[in-house]
Design a protein around this ligand. Structure first.
Ligand code: ADP
Length: 285
């Protein structure tokens, strides 16, 4: 698996400086990782001997059909599960269990309905024992970043699906994790809202220098957002190829460059090792 050079810190926004600061080695390193599930009825190799390095500041997308092991991969990196073989390093140290340096953003925003937007974003900071004044500063900063400054007192039931995802993103970013793990975060949104949030995520990533591992079914989303795209195949779950995305940012999903790149990723998914036609497989192209 080839490495790309680490991204630079985005200097034009000093409030976020240092988030993508270059390390000596990769931020995340998976070496020959496998995860096998053994039940009374099935033995499933959800991940088979996968290796991956992600540098600080990179945006890496993973695409693949349902059941190819994407969620298993994300759960392992989140520390919610353990591999049955192989080694996982985070910042050069063995990755053991969940920690605040890796935060997951889910498809369905798991917000607390009894708390308003501000308190939802503040929640993780309280858990980290961040002082009240610093909490106020961070909540203001990240709600502004996700364009929700005017909705601090709104409750979850008053928000649209897109706004809920913005709150979830602000809550994740506010604890300033080393890596953001995004599991199909826009898949349940309507197309227009998804377009807006994809554009906002690009901008947020460029401003903050975050490191993102992003799971998606949507090949155009992968072409739009990724520095590189990992294509997975199922049964057993493997990394089939890694495609660097050399397109300039910010990217527009409707340009020929992005559409053509999405077609290239789709071709990888349609290769004879995995002979399922994209239109039959649930991919959005
Ligand atoms: P994806 O996210 O790509 O849809 P998953 O990682 O959820 O795929 O699943 C990969 C494979 O591992 C599937 O065959 C799934 O049934 C199996 N699997 C996932 N989690 C478990 C589990 N806890 N027990 C048994 N099998 C599992």
């Amino acid at each position: 698996m080839q490495l790309l050079a680490g991204r630079k810190t985005r200097t034009e926004h000093p409030e976020f400086e240092g988030r993508g600061a270059a390390l000596q080695g990769p931020l995340l390193s998976l070496r020959n990782v496998s995860r096998r599930f053994v039940t009374s009825r099935h033995n499933t190799t959800a991940l088979d001997d996968v290796s991956l390095d992600i540098n600080a500041g990179e945006f890496v997308c993973v695409v693949g059909p349902s059941g190819c092991g994407k969620s298993t991969l994300l759960n392992l990196v989140a520390g919610l599960d353990r591999p049955t073989a192989g080694e996982m390093l985070f910042d050069g140290r063995p990755l053991k269990g969940a920690a605040a340096d890796r935060v997951v953003v889910f498809q369905e925003a798991a917000l607390y309905p009894w708390l308003n937007v501000r308190a939802n974003v503040e929640f993780g900071l309280k858990m980290k024992h961040v002082s009240g004044s610093k909490r106020r500063e961070l909540v203001d900063q990240y709600l502004e970043l996700v364009n929700l400054s005017g909705f601090q007192k709104a409750f979850v039931h008053e928000l649209s699906g897109g706004m809920k995802q913005r709150v979830q993103l602000a809550r994740a970013l506010a604890v300033e994790p080393r890596m953001l793990l995004m599991d199909e975060p826009f898949a349940a949104l309507d197309a227009q809202t998804r377009d807006v949030l994809q554009a906002e995520l690009q901008e947020i990533w460029q401003r903050t220098g975050s490191t993102i591992l992003f799971i998606t079914h949507n090949v155009r989303e992968a072409a739009l957002l990724g520095d590189r795209v990992i294509v997975m195949t199922p049964s057993p779950g493997r990394f089939k190829s890694e495609i660097p995305v050399p397109l300039k940012r910010p990217r527009d999903p409707d340009t020929h460059a992005v559409v053509d790149f999405a077609a290239e990723i789709r071709t990888q998914l349609q290769h004879d090792e995995y002979p399922v036609r994209a239109k039959d497989s649930g991919y959005v192209i």
